[in-house]
Design a protein around this ligand. Structure first.
Ligand code: PMP
Length: 401
């Protein structure tokens, strides 16, 4: 029997079909969707996880590797949990080719906690307690607000009227004395993604990759810190990944809560307090799934293909669909668009959402702060699922324009 996406855990296509039929894979609620058929999940996060990963978690939930207990019931200080944590680190190190002078942390508090942890840990590296920020959307703007509580924040480019593009490297006015330069590689709400890694010279670069981590190969050595919440591309909510260059540690402000102190977390190997153990386990399974399905090159190829499918429909719609984000800054992960003109027609947009639900698609409503439609095409979303969306878009245009 064929393995699902080459997964080596013995879960087959018919296992997944059967699980869905029995309701195991459906959400089982009276939400107007046909739960007997697969749900096509375009949620922005928490988001789709490949069914083979969920089935493996299910198979192991009561009795993890013949231990007679669940991972949820295991001591986080046991040798068995150490294997899970170290296994996740090892797979991640292989996938991203992480150099030896970087430490991997599994933290709590989401990427939001890191908006504070980064300035609290790094600002004192700068003589004037100052950091450079690039602001291309909602999440980097939020990070600025937190950093301003602890020191000076310098936005390194002209403010962007609306979040519709990534500035060019030449537009940056970087401070060589800054403690770090911060940016968000993919702005989940606005659908704006960097196509290049900013060059910050000797100043360490801090990247929020919450919504595009492991969707492409990345040269980790170009970064001081990479941050990512797990719940979009690499698992379920509850754990936040931090990949930190060793020499940046040890400058923490006195008032920094211990839980956010990188030096302490590194010293304790993410076990200063009880870690989100089940979320770490699940991340490990997702990392293995990525490895077994061709790694980051394969993920990157798939992400480009999927997003191009949707952007082509937008580009060829004669303005029926419009994406505010400029070419070259358009996200491969979160495709945002309006229907019937750049301001969008709310009636038509609501009709589109209703029709998408009738076709068993969920998660397409744009973020409440910007409206419109957003299709999140994270690693676990298949080309086939994206094609269903594309078909709906073309059909909807035919009937409504
Ligand atoms: N950064 C980005 C790019 C995000 O998409 C999100 C969450 N959607 C966050 C930060 C905040 O993550 P959390 O809610 O896990 O704190």
């Amino acid at each position: 029997m064929a393995l699902i996406n080459g997964h080596a855990n013995g879960i087959t296509a018919s296992d997944i079909k059967l699980a869905r039929k029995n309701g195991v894979m459906s959400n089982g609620t009276h939400n107007g969707l046909d739960n007997k058929k697969p749900i096509i999940n375009f949620n922005p996060g928490p988001a789709k996880i490949d069914p083979s990963v969920l089935l493996r978690a299910q198979a192991e939930i009561l009795n993890f590797q013949q231990l007679g207990i669940s991972v949820m019931e295991m001591s986080h200080r046991s040798a068995d949990f150490a294997k899970i944590l170290n296994g996740a680190k090892a797979t991640l190190t292989q996938l991203l080719n992480i150099p030896e002078n970087y430490k991997i942390l599994f933290l709590q508090g989401g990427a939001t906690a890191q908006f504070s942890a980064v300035p609290l840990n790094l600002l004192q590296r700068s003589p004037n307690c100052s950091a450079d920020y690039i602001v291309t959307g909602t999440w980097s703007a939020k990070a600025v607000k937190e950093a301003q509580k602890y020191g000076k924040v310098h936005i390194v480019h002209q403010p962007l009227e609306k979040y519709s593009r990534v500035p060019e490297q030449e537009e940056f006015d970087l401070d060589p004395d800054a403690a770090y330069v911060y940016y968000c590689d993919n702005e989940t709400v606005n659908g704006v993604e960097f196509s290049y890694v900013p060059d910050t010279g000797n100043v360490p670069l801090v990247a929020d990759m919450s919504s595009n981590i492991l969707s492409k190969p990345v040269d980790v050595s170009k970064f001081g810190i990479i941050l990512a919440g797990a719940q979009k591309n690499i698992g379920c909510a509850g754990v936040t990944l931090a990949i930190i260059r060793e020499d940046l540690v040890g400058y923490c402000m006195k008032q920094c809560p211990t839980i956010l102190d990188y030096k302490i977390q590194i010293g304790m190997d993410s076990l200063y307090n009880t870690p989100p153990s089940y979320s770490i386990y699940l991340m490990g399974l997702v990392l293995e799934w990525i490895q077994n399905t061709g790694g980051l090159l394969s993920m990157a190829k798939k992400c480009v293909l999927k997003s191009q499918l949707v952007y082509s429909v937008i580009n060829e719609s004669n303005g029926f669909y419009s994406c505010a984000v400029e070419d070259g800054s358009r996200s491969r992960m979160n495709v945002t668009f309006r229907i019937d003109g750049p301001a969008g027609d709310s009636e038509l947009e609501n009709a589109f959402i209703e029709e998408s639900k009738a076709a068993n698609m969920i998660g397409l409503k744009g973020h409440r702060s910007v409206g419109g439609i957003r299709a999140s095409l994270y690693n676990a979303v298949t080309l086939e699922e994206t094609q269903f969306l594309v078909n709906l878009m073309m059909d909807f245009q035919r009937r409504h324009s």
